[in-house]
Ligand binder design. Structure first.
Ligand SMILES: [Zn+2]
Length: 164
């Protein structure tokens, strides 16, 4: 998952070595250990009349499959603002970000997804440049989803609706 080949400090080649409990890239010249941080992404579950907003992805991974609108949080960006930004970029809808549905991560995978519930406040539904299609779907009639976490996020969201 990590493919840097050269030291960020001195540009000498990196080698894999056990450091601080696991195999990590280490500089062959200056000894700098490279620690990879998780990547944070944010996504929103936006509901309209009992259906949820989905985007048919125009990017890999998951090209042509469906997911909730979302994307990477920029360093220094407020996570909720990133979530709202991704919704308007991909679907044209302006939303107010509400409660955290949960944090979703997988062993061996660099991405941590923060999923929020969000409410429409404006805009007009239109697929953005990175989306092939956008639409609202019944939870019982979902199209093929891009990521294994997507059904988990929607299930958790539905449980939250039921529980108040
Ligand atoms: Zn170095």
């Amino acid at each position: 998952m990590d493919n840097d080949r050269f030291c960020p400090a001195c540009a000498a080649p990196l080698v894999e070595r056990e450091e601080a409990g696991r195999m990590r890239p280490v500089c062959s010249k200056c000894g700098k250990i490279v620690f990879y941080d998780p990547k944070v992404a944010a996504t929103c579950v936006v509901e309209r009349e009992g259906r949820v907003l989905l985007v048919r992805r125009g990017n890999q991974p998951g090209y042509g499959l469906w997911s909730m609108p979302g994307g990477y949080v920029d360093r220094g960006e407020v996570v909720e603002e990133a979530a709202a930004r991704e919704v308007v970029e991909e679907t044209g809808l302006v939303v107010e970000v509400g409660r955290l549905v949960g944090l979703f991560s997988e062993s061996g995978h660099p991405v941590v997804v923060a999923a929020f519930s969000a409410t429409e406040t404006g805009g007009a539904l239109e697929a953005g440049p990175e989306a092939l299609e956008v639409g609202f779907f019944d939870l019982d009639g979902l199209p093929e989803m891009a990521f294994p976490r997507d059904p988990l996020i929607l299930r958790r969201w539905r449980e939250m609706q039921g529980g108040g």
